[in-house]
Ligand binder design. Sequence first.
Ligand SMILES: [Fe+2]
Length: 324
Amino acid sequence: MTRPHIEPYCELNERWKKFDLRGFPRGSEYKVLSMDRDTGACSLKMRLKPGYRRPPGLSYSDIELFVLNGDLTIGERSYGEGQYIFQPAGLVMGAMASAKGCELLAYYNEGWPTFEESKESHSLALQQAYVNVNAYRDAPWIGVARRQPGVATGCLVKVLRIDPVTKATTFLYSMTAQYYQDNISYHDCCEESYHIWGTSWMLQFGDLPTGGYFWRPPYINHGAFASRYGCIALGRTDSELFNYFHFNPWTNPDENQRRAVAVLYRERPELWKWVRTEGHNHPHGPDDFESPEYREAARHLHAHGYDLHSHEHDPGEPHSHESD
Ligand SMILES: [Fe+2]
C-alpha cells in the first residue's frame, strides 16, 4: 500500500460528497480519509441516508466495514455501532439497508470501490476469510506490551482480524484516562487509525481528537503518547506490527530503517545475510559470457572480422577469420 503520510487529520469539519460511483445506488455520501493513487485502494468515512437500500452484490476488492453509529441491515441481520465485517473480494453481500441512516468506516483494500449486483459469489471468492463480529460486545480487551520497555499499561486492544499471509491486522484500541507512555516507537508496517471518540496526544503530531485520522508509512517516529480522558479508535496495519522503541526524537525514517535492519542482524543473522546479498551478489547466468546475449554479440562481431576469444590479436583490431 503506497499512500502519503497523513497526520494529523480531522475529518469532522470536511464536507460530505455524493457517493455516485458507477454501479452504486444513490443515497450515500463519503469523505476520503486516505487513498492509494496507484491502485485506488482507499479508506472512507461513509454516511448512508435514512431509507438507503442496495441490492445483493459483490466487490472486486476486499472490504472492511465498521459501523460508527446508526442501523445497518445486511441480508437478514441488523447491526448497530461497533459491528465489524471483513467481506472478501467476490463474496456476495446480502441486500443492504438502513432505516434511520448510519455512519461507517469503509476500507477498500485492493482497488477502487466497486459494486456489481449479484445474488451469487464469484467462484474464486475466499469465503473462509469472512469475519463478522461486534467489536464492542464480542471481542475481549488484551494488553499489548511487546518486550520491555513496551507499550505502557493502559493501552488495550481488541484484535478483529489478522490476515493469515501478510499479518495485516485490524484492531480496536483504547487508551485509559491519564494514559502516558514516554518512549518513541516505529514499525516496519504502515499504520492507520480513526479516532471514534476521545483525544490522544503525540510528541510529533500533537492532539488527535474525535474524528481524527492518520495514515503513517513505515519507520516514522511516533511517541511519547498521552491521553487525558482516554480514547477509543479503530487501527489497521498492512503487515505485522512490531514495535521498535527508543528515546531519540531526532532520528529520521532512513536511520530507523537501518536500526531495524540491525535488530534483524542480531536476531536472525542468516536471514540478514540472505537479504543483504540477494539481488546484488556475483552475477551468474544472464550477466556471464555464457549468456545468449553475449554469444549473439560475439557471433556478430566474429562475422565482421572481430574475435573476442583470440589472444593473438588486440580485440579492438579487426582481422579476418582466415588468419586465425
Ligand atoms: Fe504505532
